[in-house]
Design a protein around this ligand. Structure first.
Ligand SMILES: NC(=O)c1ccc[n+]([C@@H]2O[C@H](COP(=O)([O-])OP(=O)(O)OC[C@H]3O[C@@H](n4cnc5c(N)ncnc54)[C@H](O)[C@@H]3O)[C@@H](O)[C@H]2O)c1
Ligand SMILES: [Zn+2]
Ligand SMILES: [Zn+2]
Length: 382
């Protein structure tokens, strides 16, 4: 088969790899129909995540058709169309029993901090990902959900990552009716966080980014207010002025470790690697939330630590919540929201490519060229 292969920082290409095989009775092999590139893949692409091995196939946001089933699989059969959460979860452990699927303790042999994830660094288990013509799906009775017959793969593709992550980001903000929410990042996750914040009753949502084309899209897609942090003197002063001098009720970090906007954070986090990425968006969230407000972090940072103003957070009495998204937990509800017409996730797709063009797709997304918001791959053709 053809599969995306990591060759080193800023260098990926399509290569021939052996087709995946059933390795455990509860595996299925999936013929991939659609596979997105996520902002999290860009952290790998830029060489920012430890133990990202050359030859790894990325991709943790995908749908497809079941090609082969292991002998113990009960819920799926050959030919089923499924969407697959990015977390690999066992369904039985302490965390899975509590629907904390992103915290599963049995699927990541490399580290205890996170569950297994498809196509991520070997710190999340070293599973090959779905930016390929075929992918092995372990614990097939646990994670995947069938795609309704009347829906296209692209209708539901982002239910496997970006949409539930944005939704959970808003949910962790404990938004109350009329609240003001600031969302840092106008990428796919930020868009779904802003959209979800309104669905949860926010009165105002302010989205912050540095890319005007993304901010304009965010405004049209969600009805939010927008601020370009590169076009104001001081982003915190600007946001405070927009929120009665007090700050927002809820701030969301949908940026993560590649953040720009602070020379100090970028130099120590991205150039010197003295901390696990630039924590600029966390800094800004803590500074621009009101006292006793909520900060919700879904932006990805590598362990073990970052320089964040915890003293400020303590003095302000901020509640901070964060996690990998527990994707499976949200899929049924968010599928319903799509069906009822509240959210049209596929509207954020700007680029479609074949697997042979995977290097171009990464280049365009990573450098935010051609007004790219979300690129997806169709590894077996459109
Ligand atoms: N927690 C989870 O389960 C989970 C799941 C999916 C993605 N993520 C993470 O969410 C984050 C966003 O993902 P995405 O796909 O939307 O990525 P993306 O790269 O498309 O978007 C990030 C956006 O942040 C903007 N940005 C950079 N610095 C900023 C700053 N200081 N303030 C405001 N905006 C800034 C960029 O211009 C870009 O538009 C990434 O860190 C990704 O790894 C987490
Ligand atoms: Zn992702
Ligand atoms: Zn588990």
């Amino acid at each position: 088969m053809l599969a995306m292969s990591y060759q080193g920082p800023k260098n990926v290409k399509a290569v021939k790899k052996p087709d995946p095989k059933i390795m455990h009775p509860n595996d299925v092999v999936l013929k991939v129909k659609r596979s997105a590139i996520c902002g999290s893949d860009l952290h790998l692409y830029f060489g920012m995540v430890a133990d990202t091995r050359v030859g790894t196939t990325f991709g943790h946001e995908f749908t497809g058709v079941v090609e082969e089933v292991g002998s113990s699989v009960e819920s799926l059969k050959v030919g089923d169309r499924i969407m697959v959460p990015f977390n690999i979860s066992c369904g039985r452990c302490y965390y899975c029993q509590r629907s904390l699927f992103g915290n599963c303790e049995l699927t990541n042999p490399s580290a205890t901090v996170a569950a297994g994830v498809y196509g991520y660094s070997h710190t999340t288990g070293g599973y090959d990902g779905g930016q390929a013509q075929y992918v092995r799906v372990p614990f097939a009775d646990v994670g995947p959900m069938k795609i309704p017959d009347d829906m296209h793969d692209e209708d539901v593709l982002f239910l496997t990552d970006a949409f539930p992550t944005g939704y959970m980001a808003a949910e962790m903000g404990s938004i109350r009716p009329g609240d003001t929410v600031i969302c840092f990042g106008a990428g796919p996750v930020g868009l779904f966080a802003a959209k979800s914040a309104f669905l949860m009753g926010a009165g105002r949502v302010i989205v912050v980014d540095r890319l005007n084309y993304r901010l304009e899209f965010a405004q049209g897609y969600t009805g939010c207010e927008i601020v370009n942090f590169e076009e104001v003197d001081d982003i915190i002063v600007t946001l405070k002025k927009m929120t009665e001098g007090r700050g927002a009720d809820v701030c969301i970090d949908a940026v993560g470790l590649d953040a720009s906007g602070s020379n100090f954070q970028s130099f120590t986090g991205k150039v010197m690697m003295m901390q696990a990425g630039a924590a600029t968006a966390i800094d800004w969230a803590i500074d621009s939330v009101r006292k006793a407000g909520h900060v919700s972090i879904v932006g990805v940072y590598g362990p073990p630590w970052n320089m964040i103003p915890i003293g400020t957070a303590m003095n302000k009495g901020i509640t901070m919540r964060m996690n990998q998204c527990h994707v499976k937990r949200y899929m049924p509800h968010l599928l319903q929201l799509i069906r009822e017409g509240h959210v049209d996730p596929k509207a954020i797709i700007t680029h479609r490519a074949g697997i042979e063009e995977v290097d171009d797709a990464y280049h365009i997304f990573a450098n935010k060229k051609e007004n790219c918001i979300k690129p997806i791959l169709a590894p077996n053709g459109i």
